[in-house]
Design a protein around this ligand. Sequence first.
Ligand code: GRF
Length: 214
Amino acid sequence: MPLAIAVLLSGNGSNLQAIMDAITQNKLDVVIKVVISDRLDAKGLERARNTGIPAVFIEPAKYLSREDFDEALSDILDEYQVSLIVLAGFMRILSDTFVTRNLGKLINIHPSLLPKYKGLNTHQRAIDAGESEHGASVHFVTPALDAGPMIIQSSVAIVSGESSEQLKQKIHKIEHIIYPKAIDMISKGRVELINERVFLDGLVLDEIKHNIEL
Ligand code: GRF
């Protein structure tokens, strides 16, 4: 049985598209059971619907607290019986309760070489700091924001005079390769989170192995 996944997003959904494309091209053996967004106008919802994937909008204003929103989210995830929750540009912070309950089955992609540049606006910040490279990271989600154990990272060079928009496009390209790859490794049982450490093929994944050549 292919792994059942949910994709959570708030915007464009180009990473969702990359995951859907990898499935279509038989590079990834998972089934996207549902796409969920906290934004009604998220293009990712439309991408899901166009492919016949259930697309659900959860309206934040309807819930008094973060925990209440996350309860509604959990209900939908339970309904679709998903085994892996994939955050792909989901801009809402999840409650510690939700994250803790889903440890090891909740992953995120972040546009930086974590632990550098957590949070927003990473591309401009990397340029402003004079960095020679920037990248993207896929990690398990833990309660601390953008700080969970790393699964895969990949980097690109920052070219002199490059705008943050140009750098963002380059980073998106590598995101679209590493996210399906990380999901593939999890779906095959190759990557697991055990006691806050990531294991690949039964061995602790060290820093060097996180970096993949594309
Ligand atoms: C990506 O850059 C991802 O790293 C970040 O949000 C962005 C989502 O882009 N978490 P898209 O909606 O998948 O195009």
